[in-house]
Each structure stands twice: as C-alpha cells, then as structure tokens.
Design a protein around this ligand. Structure first.
Ligand SMILES: [Zn+2]
Length: 360
C-alpha cells in the first residue's frame, strides 16, 4: 500500500486510515456534498479502498460554501447510489457535473487525464444504466505524446526526441539550401539600413538614419531633427543621441528626396528587425502603393538569423544583433547601438548567413 501520493499540483499527501481521518475532523466528499461545501485546493490525505480506488479527505478549515446552483435541488430528495466502498454519490445532470469539474472517464481521457479516484457523482442513461462522473482535480494528467509518431512523450515543438531530431535535420538541410543559394545580387544595389528612434511607438520619431551597401560603403549617415518630440530620456540611454545633438540636424522632410532617390536604386533593403524600421520610414511615401513597393524590397536579417540559429543551435534563444554577431564571430565596427555600427553589423551578419548572395 502506498504511504503517500503526489498530486498534480505537486503537493504530496499522506495515506491515513479512516479513523485517523475522523480524529482530525477531515471530511470526505460525501460529507462535503451533504453540507453544500466545496474544498479549496488539494485534499489533505487519502485512504485506499479495498477495490484499489482512492478516497480523499479534506481539511475542514479549507472549504467554502458551494454556490447554490451546485446544491442538489434542496426541496427534492437527492437520488444517490452507494459505491462498493460505502461512499454515497449523488445523481446530477451532465451540465451540473461539468460546472463542478466532474466528467466521465471518456471525456477525461480525451482531455488527457487518467482517473484514479472513485466516481464523485453519476447520471442515468435512457436505459437506466449508470454513467459515472470523476473529479478532474484529482485525475492524473498523462504526459503529452509526440504529434508525429504518437509513441513517445513530447520533447520540443510537440515532438519526441527522435522525431525532433529528424525534423531538425530536415529543416536544417532546407535552411542551408536557402542560405547557400546563389542570389546574383549586385553589391551596390543591396542596401542595409538602421534607424534610431525617440521610442518604440508609432508617434515616435526618427533621430538618425544610416544606410550602407553590400560593399560596406556608407551611403547615408545622418542625425535627424524630430519635429514634435523635444526629449527622449529612455532611448537616449541606449543610443546616446541627445536633443542638443540633433538641434541643427536636417528634418526627415528635408532628407526625404535623398532617401527616396537612394531607395529607388536598391533591389533589396535589409535591416535587423526590419518591421520596426519599416513602420517609421514608410511615411516618407505618401501613397499605400509606394509603401507597399518599399515593403516588397525589405528583408529582415533577424528573421533569417533566428531561422539559422534554430536550425543549427536549437538550444540558443537570444537573437539580438549583438547575439548574432557573437555567434557568427563578427567584430563590431564602431559603437554598438549607434545606427551606423548596427548597419555595418547587419551587413556582415547578412553576408555570413548568405555567403553566395552577391554576383562576384
Ligand atoms: Zn515522435
């Protein structure tokens, strides 16, 4: 016979005899039901019945009054059946049972639970045969199985260790093919860019723009004077751009013709985490069509890096530009988090990921 039992919550409860339970004023479900009470949390102890089923005991200081809809119609005599263990369980509708968290074995099995306790209630089929309900709280959760083979427990991505390894090898092979492809791009028509902003929201403004090409040539590297924001204390700590520094810088409006001219000469525009940069730079264009054309040209270096990392280093999860550069063993040029250093870093990450990207 078991001396203690580990519950799904992680709590371990002792096995005690019925008389010990009575000494401690512990309540069985039977008694709780009669008193219209519900346990709060786990049972305090258990006893094993002769048929192998379990009776739980509940601490009387850890019960609350059950809501009236869970009471068994007080004016009517509650129908009950007595189990072999001597426990009396009430008849209730399937709906009421579900409200109490009681389900049939089949339903619990669908939910991936195994029943170890005795039934706590029942209902009748049309032919008067019994359907038992069991408490989900005391049922045991089965380990989830691999969605691919169904033979082993899950490890990652809903797959078992073996299936995960097979899937990883497949994804890695596909990814390596994608990265190893010859893209025949011209270095001067592949642009890398990065913006520093006053903040992360849509109403925030651009403080600097850096653009380089596939030859590491700096095409633009300028501070930008915001027209609405006067200070940006939070992001200033990161990029170091102060209001004084941008006081005499051109505004985005002033820079727009030049940026449009540069972008027009690009086949591809790459940034690390391009969605943020795009969501701010797109406003240099007035029409949705122009914005969409820009969007089509953009590529995201961080998405490509995350893919590479998940295929080759599935245990690593951090994927900032600094993480990418460290993993790919690339040295910083200049000060990290300035837009020019990030742009140069992004270009290097891109070329490491796509060694055959350019025509030469
Ligand atoms: Zn499997």
């Amino acid at each position: 016979m078991k001396t203690d039992m580990k519950l799904r919550s992680g709590a371990v409860i002792p096995h005690i005899s019925l008389s010990d339970a009575a000494k401690r004023n512990y309540l069985t479900r039977n008694l709780l039901n009669r008193m219209h009470l519900m346990p709060v949390g786990d049972p305090a102890a258990f006893d094993e019945n002769e048929d192998g089923s379990i009776t739980y005991f509940f601490d009387p200081t850890r019960v609350v009054e059950a809501p009236p809809e869970l009471w068994y119609a007080p004016t009517q005599k509650t129908e009950t059946v007595t189990l072999e263990s001597g426990v009396e369980i009430p008849r209730m509708s399937t709906k009421r049972a579900a409200a109490c968290g009681y389900y049939t074995v089949e339903r619990l099995s669908q939910m991936n639970y195994d029943v170890i306790e005795e039934p706590v209630a029942y209902t009748l089929r049309n032919d008067k045969s019994l359907i038992y309900f069991y408490d989900k709280k005391t049922a045991v959760r089965r380990p989830l199985m691999c969605v691919h083979c169904g033979k082993d427990v899950r490890y990652r991505r809903k797959l078992c260790r073996n299936c995960f390894a097979e899937d990883l090898a497949l994804r890695r092979a596909e990814g390596d093919l994608h990265r190893g492809e010859h893209y025949h791009m011209q270095r001067e028509r592949v642009l890398f860019f990065d913006l520093e902003l006053t903040g992360v929201y849509n109403h925030d403004e651009i403080l600097s723009i850096s653009i380089t090409d596939g030859n590491s040539k700096i095409i633009m590297d300028t501070l930008v004077k915001p027209v609405r924001k006067k200070k940006w204390k939070q992001t200033e700590k990161i990029h170091g751009i102060t209001p004084e520094m941008v006081a005499d810088a051109p505004t985005l409006d002033e820079l727009t013709p030049e940026i449009k001219r540069i972008f027009a000469g690009a086949d591809v525009l790459v940034a690390y985490g391009v969605s943020t940069d795009y969501s701010h730079i797109k406003y240099i264009y007035d029409t949705e069509a122009e914005r969409e054309a820009l969007h089509k040209k953009t590529r995201c270096a961080s998405i490509e890096f995350v893919r590479f990392q998940s295929e080759h280093y599935p245990d690593l999860v951090h994927a900032s530009l600094s993480d990418a550069m460290a993993l790919l063993e690339i040295e910083w040029d200049g000060v990290a988090h300035t837009s020019i250093a990030d742009t140069i870093g992004c270009a290097k990450v891109w070329e490491k990921l796509f060694p055959n990207y350019y025509e030469d």
